[in-house]
Structure formats: C-alpha cells, structure tokens
Design a protein around this ligand. Structure first.
Ligand SMILES: O=C(O)CNC(=O)[C@H](CS)NC(=O)CCC(=O)C(=O)O
Length: 277
C-alpha cells in the first residue's frame, strides 16, 4: 500500500484514569471518522500524576485494563494502534517499564518498546524529574511491520539520542513514532528541531503525538503534536488544545526522497561502527 492514513492524538492527561480513557476514545473516534487506519497516542495517555503513582497503576502486558481498552478499540474499528505508553509491571517491584504497545488492525499485540533513555532533569527546585527512580531502562530497539511497512518506535526523551534512530533506519524504518510529553521549558526550543532533524537525517516520516497543557499544579507540557514528511516539512500540527491530526503518508514520496538525495547510501558505516543494525 503506497498511501496510509495515520492519526496523531494530542491529550492533556490528568490524575483521573477514566477521564483520560474517555478523552482518548473520543479523539480516536474522530480519527476513525477522518479515515485513519493507524492511530498513535501520546506518552502516558492513561495517567499523569505523581511520578511514583505509575507503580500503583502498572499493569500486565496481556491482561491490563488499558491494554484491554486499546485492544477493544482496535477490534471494533479495525484500526492499528501505537499505544503511546503505559506503565507495565517489571521484574522489579519498585519499578515499571514505560512501554509502547503496538496493536495490528485486529487488536493483536505485534510488538512493544520499553523506553531506553530516562528523563532525569533538574531545571530548578520546583521542576525536577527523576524518571529513572521508578522506571526500568529498556534494553532493546524495536521495529514493527504494519500495512507492509516498517515502523520504528521511540518515546519522548529518546529523541535526544540520534544513534537510536540510525539503528532503526538501518533496520529499514520508514515511519518513526515518537509518543511524548515534552516539558514546556524544553519543548519550546527543542521539540520541533529534534523531530525535523530525525526526519531529515533518516529520510523517514515522523509521527509525534504529544501531551499538551496543564496536567496539575506542577506540570505543563508543550504539545505541538506533529506529523513530518521525509523532507523534514511539517505536514500537520495540532492546535494548542486536545486535538487530532490525520495525514496521508505516501511511501512513493519517501522512495523519491531517498532516490534523489541518496545520503543514506553515503553513510560511512565502518568508520562509525554501524556494521550491525
Ligand atoms: O511521567 C509521566 O507521567 C509521563 N512521562 C514523562 O513526562 C516523561 C518522563 S518524566 N517525560 C519526558 O521524557 C520529557 C522529555 C523532555 O521534555 C525533554 O527531553 O526535554
């Protein structure tokens, strides 16, 4: 299939899980009405509260409540879902994994990615993030095949580590998904630049569903959910509110970009230790 309609959803998730799931459902239904065959949700769409509470809500990969919600939606509407991220139980009681689950059009989990780089950030005494205190580092990169095309996965803070995307590209990535919750402080200067750089240097589509707005007294996310083409142009961008965008991803265009500007063929793999994908 050369053209694929993909939706990216922007939410302002809060402490109330039912409310978040309802919002997600309404926005995902809008995406279906607009013709999307694949829907991507933001990081931690089901819950944003105190960091540690993620441990309380962590669920099992196959049987959890959120997992069930996504599976049911996928089956009902025959759409594939990139499930933003959800906290899943890990081998350690004190830590969860920050995991992106991928469902095919029939609701089957066909892949998952555990966030590798964790956001430990000290802006000032009011703004401190210590993700590694309650999340276990992921250890593997992940690509999945949907609609005959290769999709790469990352989450939020991962965007700052370009070696991850080189590896994904060498595995054949055509679309990168980057479910996120960038902070207002960093997002205003870095978000768009990081995403467009990833698209330009790997000549792939980038779909970046984000959290937007004030979640609680301490926390504001930057938003600006966007979909970017392999030439680095922004195809669509959410308004500053809960919103959904849908774009037609054109794999023939991706082929044209790679043919006319063959920089991926000019990589000096040995010099930069990029032998194995
Ligand atoms: O913990 C939650 O509830 C949701 N998860 C997040 O907000 C995560 C971990 S704290 N945020 C980021 O990775 C922001 C990265 C970022 O803003 C940057 O790289 O500048």
């Amino acid at each position: 299939m050369e053209i694929l309609s993909i939706a990216a959803i922007q939410m302002c998730s809060v402490h109330d899980r039912n409310k978040n799931l309802n919002t997600a459902r309404v926005l995902m239904e809008k995406a279906v009405q607009k013709g999307a065959r694949l829907i991507a949700l933001p990081e931690n769409f089901s819950f944003i509260g105190q960091e540690r509470e993620n441990i309380t809500f962590a669920e099992e990969r196959e049987t959890g409540e959120i997992v069930h919600f996504l599976k049911k939606f996928s089956m009902k509407h025959s759409v594939a879902i990139i499930g933003g991220s959800v906290p899943l139980r890990s081998s350690s009681k004190a830590k969860v994994t920050n995991t992106c689950l991928v469902f095919d059009q029939s609701g089957v989990i066909i892949g998952s990615y555990d966030k590798i780089h964790l956001f430990d950030f000290h802006l000032d005494d009011k703004t401190v993030y210590r993700e590694s205190h309650y999340v276990k580092h992921g250890k593997h990169i992940e690509t999945v095949k949907l609609f005959g095309h290769i999709m790469g996965l990352c989450i939020c803070y991962d965007l700052r580590f370009p070696e991850l995307f080189r590896k994904l590209m060498l595995r054949g990535m055509e679309v990168l998904f980057a479910p996120s919750a960038f902070t207002m402080e960093t997002g205003k200067d870095h978000w768009e630049v990081l995403l467009r750089a990833r698209a330009i240097e790997n000549q792939c589509y980038v779909v970046a569903p984000a959290q937007y707005g004030r979640h609680n007294d301490e926390r504001i996310s930057y938003g600006r959910t966007m979909i970017i083409d392999p030439w680095g142009r922004i195809m669509a961008q959410c308004q500053d509110m809960e919103d959904v965008i849908v774009c037609e991803i054109d794999f023939a265009f991706l082929g044209e970009v790679r043919k006319h500007l063959p920089c991926l063929k000019h990589i000096r793999r040995k010099l930069f230790f990029l032998g194995e994908a």
